[in-house]
Design a protein around this ligand. Structure first.
Ligand SMILES: [Ca+2]
Ligand SMILES: [Ca+2]
Ligand SMILES: [Ca+2]
Length: 668
């Protein structure tokens, strides 16, 4: 007789009843348990011990340690800053645009141009528009942010008051497992402290600077000091997730332009659990630095953390609105924030006098975004993890319309591979957050493509497949208004870095899911790899999707390819994953009348939000490329510091309506 043992690994949730936890917190501990028997056995075990059975984990990798790199500055390129900052140190007026006095006695406050830009360092007045939020007394109060990193120095003068032990944990255990995330006192381990400072430096304590959410609580989960495992990452991302609102992760796979990896099974599960169970079911907010591999030609399509729908990937732009030189493009980037690229960025440190003036990399951009989200969550604590992403899509602005690569998608959102939806605007986001209507329930429509026989990728050529989608028409999973789109695929390749993969939506939006990477000579191909785009946000998925895999032969110098080689690889499997909502009143794209083209943007402008003066970019002159496809509604952000700010301090959006000809769906 053959005895078959089935191994099930289950995630269990244990509502911890323990003393010492702060009133109002309901900490959860998640366990992955490997055991014999099926799901019913696991359920019985859970019940027996007063645990809640959550789900079965298909397979858990053996816990091999791996490297996760911090996304701190690419060093050595900020040589001219010191000089400039000396010249400009005392030129800032600490008044907002309405003349309200916002004076802080923190000595480096005048240098914090990203929060209050009065042209301290350049003619650019671009900032994060945080003043009007602070003026409303929204400063992060009641919101908890945790930095998953190399620790947080809570003894720092500027962090002491806002430090939150219940949002903190030391997974490295060097002081024994504890709530003390104290990092080692060296430069290498100053990263998490710097991130924490940007969020929650104390205001008006005559020390260092001012955090963007200076009344938020901030903690640290000490994960990164040496190699980590999948289970350590998963533990961090679910730690005390009824208490912590926002997790900040400024790390990921090495940004060397070669590595292609992402969250392991437990971490994937943790991200899903967090968004479903965290914050009392409203969902944890995971803010992720999108990567610093720009100089090494890295592409964030090769980063599985960024490609997750649960993470909010944040890139960086300089004060001029130009993408930071170290940034990576991909259509999974949601937004950008300002960074200390060549200008100062004030934050705290675990070294020296505990205050620094420089911090760059997407590591400096993501905590700023987290700080803005802390303000947003104070303004409206009921927002779900998806509401927050919608708010970003609606309110992020085009900081530099002349930068090539902007396009307007089929639902009118402006999108860009380096900026996502654009630069975060705290004022506008908070304004819109206050009365935000929760989005409809989340749906997922999956379509697997039958690739039998597999499609051969000719050397130097391309493979193109068309995926006809009805958006799961008539089913419970029907989606007619998109949020994220993912493509899960397997392919073999003689030279992975030579590949580029694009997805064209039925509305004609082109997402470059994976770009070529000149340093990636791997022959491993893609194995069940998930790519993601936010660039079809709001579109109707109904119609033909076109997926193209191209072999850009010769991009990677290090690939040895035979002259006689005919095939560069083969496309083995493809699934299209459409996420979004169903709106019963939505008109189908293909029922619109073609050739009804109205080119004058602004001719039927209306405002959402408070009625105010406005000006807007004329699309034709703005560099925003309209492909003339199904742009029916354009919620085009029109923030322009020099015009029309008659509502106290808030910048504004206006809704432009334009009717364009309906495209014929591109097919192979
Ligand atoms: Ca301070
Ligand atoms: Ca990267
Ligand atoms: Ca993401």
């Amino acid at each position: 007789m053959l005895i078959v043992l089935v191994t099930a690994c289950c995630l269990l949730q244990w509502p911890l009843v323990a003393t010492g936890w702060q009133t109002g917190t309901k900490p959860h501990v998640f366990y992955a348990v490997e055991m014999d028997g099926g799901t019913h056995v696991a359920q019985a075990l859970a019940e027996e011990h007063g645990l809640e059975f959550i789900s079965r984990v298909k397979r858990v990798q053996r816990q091999h340690p791996h490297i996760r790199d911090k996304r701190a500055a690419v060093r050595g390129l900020d040589y001219n800053t010191h000089h400039k900052e000396q010249q400009n140190k005392h030129t800032v007026e600490t008044e907002d645009q309405q003349g309200q006095s916002l004076t802080f006695n923190d000595p480096l406050w005048p240098m914090q141009w990203e929060l209050f830009n009065r042209g301290q360092y350049s003619s650019s007045h671009s900032d994060l528009n945080v003043m009007p939020v602070w003026s409303r007394n929204i400063t992060g109060d009641g919101v908890v942010v945790s930095i998953i990193d190399d620790g947080v120095d809570h003894t720092n003068m500027d962090l002491k008051r806002n430090f939150e032990a219940f949002a903190s944990f030391d997974l490295r255990g060097s002081h024994g497992l504890s709530h003390d995330p104290m990092p080692l006192r060296d430069e290498e381990n100053s990263h998490g402290t710097k991130c924490a400072g940007e969020v929650a430096m104390e205001a008006n304590n005559s020390y260092c600077g001012v955090g963007i959410a200076f009344n938020a609580r901030v903690g640290g989960i000490r994960l990164l000091d040496g190699k980590v495992t999948d289970s350590m990452e998963a533990t961090s991302l679910t730690f005390n997730n009824d208490f912590i609102d926002v997790y900040v992760c400024c790390w990921g796979p090495r940004d060397d332009g070669q590595e292609m990896t992402g969250p392991g099974r437990l971490t994937q599960k943790a991200l899903m659990l967090g968004t479903h169970k965290g914050r009392g079911g409203k969902g944890s907010i995971f803010v992720w630095a999108s990567g610093n591999g720009g100089l090494l030609n890295d592409h964030c399509g090769a980063d599985g953390y960024v490609n997750s729908i649960f993470s909010i990937a944040i890139g960086a732009v300089s004060h001029t609105g130009d993408p930071a030189f170290f940034g990576e493009p991909c259509p999974a980037v949601m937004a950008v924030s300002l960074t200390g690229d060549t200008l100062p960025l004030v934050t705290v440190s675990n070294l020296g006098d505990g205050c620094v003036k420089h911090f760059a990399g997407t590591s400096s951009a993501a905590p700023i975004a987290a700080g803005i989200l802390a303000l947003v969550l104070q303004a409206n604590p009921d927002l779900t993890w998806r509401d927050v992403q919608h708010l970003i899509a609606i309110t992020a602005k085009v900081p530099n319309p002349k930068e090539p690569g902007w396009s307007v998608n089929g639902a009118g959102y402006h999108v860009h591979d380096r900026y996502g939806f654009g630069l975060l605007d705290a004022g506008l986001m908070v304004q819109q957050a206050i009365h935000f209507q929760a989005v409809a329930p989340h749906r997922k429509c999956t379509k697997k493509l039958n690739l039998d026989p597999v499609r051969i990728l000719p050397s130097g050529g391309e493979v193109c497949v068309t995926i006809q989608s009805a958006g799961c028409d008539g089913m419970d999973s029907e989606v007619n208004t998109l949020e994220h789109v993912q493509v899960k695929m397997s392919l073999s390749s003689v030279c992975r870095g030579d590949l580029s993969i694009t997805l064209v939506s039925p509305a004609g939006t082109v997402s470059m899911l994976l770009g070529t990477r000149r340093n990636d000579a791997s022959t491993a191909g893609l194995r069940n790899w998930t790519l993601m785009s936010v660039q079809s946000w709001g579109e109707n998925p109904h119609g033909a999707w076109t997926l193209k895999v191209k072999d850009n032969k010769g991009t990677v110098g290090g690939c040895l390819r035979a002259g006689s080689e005919k095939a560069a690889g083969a496309l083995l499997s493809v699934a299209l994953l459409l996420y979004g909502t169903y709106n019963p009143h939505r008109i189908r794209q293909d029922t619109l009348m073609p050739n009804n083209v109205q080119e004058r943007f602004g001719s039927s402008a209306s405002l959402h939000g408070t009625a105010i003066d406005f000006s807007f970019f004329h699309l034709a002159g703005s560099g925003i490329r309209s492909r003339g496809v199904s742009v029916r509604r354009t919620s085009l952000l029109t923030h322009d510091g020099s015009h029309g700010e008659s509502t106290p301090g808030f910048s504004y959006a206006c809704l432009l309506t334009a009717v364009w000809s309906v495209p014929s769906s591109p097919t192979c």
